[in-house]
Design a protein around this ligand. Structure first.
Ligand code: ADP
Ligand code: MG
Length: 391
């Protein structure tokens, strides 16, 4: 049976200069198949630790385990390791070396000596996942910062890793790109990839992560569920972290009104339903349309007829979720108002009696359903779901 933890550090010490230690006796586990967030101030050792996870740095003492086995540092062990663990560096310029986008993404797969067709297919898929298909031939010096970040991510995805490690991936991105990135990470995680990410964003740590690790001055100070971290006020103060507003309001409700503290509301949607009794004027519905089945029978006028909604309204109440749906949007084959944050927004609309239409990939339907069930459990509400299918 595979070990429950896909990566572990056992008493890792590391120094760049032989005197001051960047990592001090680090002990930690990263659970398989989960989303783990590393929080920690600048210079605390997050990047140094991540570079240990794929063998770029070797500990001075202690060991790193992947799948329960100690890492080897000979050439062939490292090649095998990097087939499984991909790190997206904090600064894309440390990662991008090739003259153009396609060559850069192909670099890793070519190093695995894969056949040319397989390399091409992986480059295609990675470009599509990060929404850069149109920039395939673009010289890498002509890319914006956000585009370089996407190329670096595509290079990692083209390795088809079991573990994707992203070092401050949201830093410097605009809001839409941050949402896209978190949605992509959710999608990859749903497909079985373990995700590790460092960030300074406590909201992301609270709402998005399954597990949190806190590192400060080269030491692990906390390992556990995000809601548990935010109860440790002494530790948070020391680290200069303020808990997310959803956490604080929930705590306040508990102290002032005696409301049960659990389940912890994490998103705006969960918080809102815990705070207010929403009156439903009518019965709304969360309509899910699988886009890989998209054909003429799912043109807006057909959808309008099926849902008995005015055609002009369709655009305003529609959104995309997932890379395939987003690709169709970028190709002009879909027209929706909610380009990002659509799942969350749509569930909120349906929960207050409005209609919403979500175009999503069929592989993500179970993820959407899991999120709805969790919401229903957390808030004791019911959301009517309708799946629309082509004939
Ligand atoms: P974080 O990613 O959490 O900001 P880092 O892992 O980059 O932290 O840094 C941890 C410590 O190691 C810091 O004291 C930093 O100055 C030092 N450090 C990081 N990279 C290097 C390097 N290439 N050479 C020397 N010292 C480094
Ligand atoms: Mg760093």
């Amino acid at each position: 049976m595979p070990s429950q933890n896909i990566l572990s550090a056992r008493n890792i010490c590391f120094s760049y200069d032989g005197s001051s230690k960047a990592l001090k006796n680090v002990m930690l586990d990263v659970p398989r198949g989960k989303k783990t967030v590393f929080l920690g101030p600048n210079g605390s050792g997050k990047s140094t630790l991540f570079l240990h996870f794929n063998g770029i740095l070797k500990p001075d003492s202690g060991k790193i385990l992947f799948d329960g086995k100690r890492l080897g540092y000979d050439q062939s062990s490292l090649v095998r390791l990097r087939e499984n663990i991909a790190v997206v560096f904090q600064n894309p310029d440390d990662q991008i070396f090739s003259a153009n986008v396609e060559e850069d993404i192909a670099f890793g797969p070519l190093n695995l000596c894969l056949p040319k067709e397989e390399v091409d297919a992986r480059v295609d898929e990675a470009l599509s996942l990060v929404g850069l298909t149109k920039l395939r031939k673009r010289p890498t010096q002509q890319l914006s910062f956000g585009q370089r970040k996407r190329v670096a991510l595509a290079g990692a995805l083209a390795m088809k890793p079991k573990v994707l490690i992203m070092d401050e991936p949201t830093a410097g991105l605009d809001t839409e790109m941050v949402h896209e990135l978190l949605e992509l990470a959710d999608e990859l995680n749903h497909l079985g990839i373990t995700i590790i990410m460092s960030t300074h964003d406590v909201e992301t740590a609270y709402e998005w992560a399954d597990e949190v690790r806190v590192i400060s001055d080269g030491k692990i100070l906390f390992a556990g569920k995000p809601e548990l971290l935010f109860t440790q006020s002494e530790l948070l103060h020391k680290l200069g972290i303020i808990p997310p507003i959803a956490f604080l309001l929930n705590e306040q409700m508990n102290k002032s009104n005696g409301e049960p503290i659990k389940p912890y509301p994490k998103s705006f949607l969960e918080l809102s339903h815990k705070l207010f009794a929403h009156k439903k004027a009518k019965d709304g519905c969360f309509n899910v349309i699988c886009v890989n089945k998209l054909d003429n029978s799912l043109e807006p006028n057909v959808i309008a007829r099926m849902l008995k909604i005015n055609l002009k309204e369709i655009h305003k109440i529609s959104g995309v979720y997932g890379t395939l749906a987003r690709r169709l949007l970028n190709e002009g084959k879909l027209d929706v108002h909610y380009r990002f944050h659509a799942l969350e927004h749509g569930l909120f609309q349906a929960s207050i009696g409005e209609e919403f239409i979500l175009f999503t990939d069929s592989s993500l339907c179970t993820l959407v359903e899991t999120k709805i069930k969790k919401l229903e459990r957390t808030n004791g509400m019911s959301i009517k779901i309708r799946h629309l299918h082509t004939k």
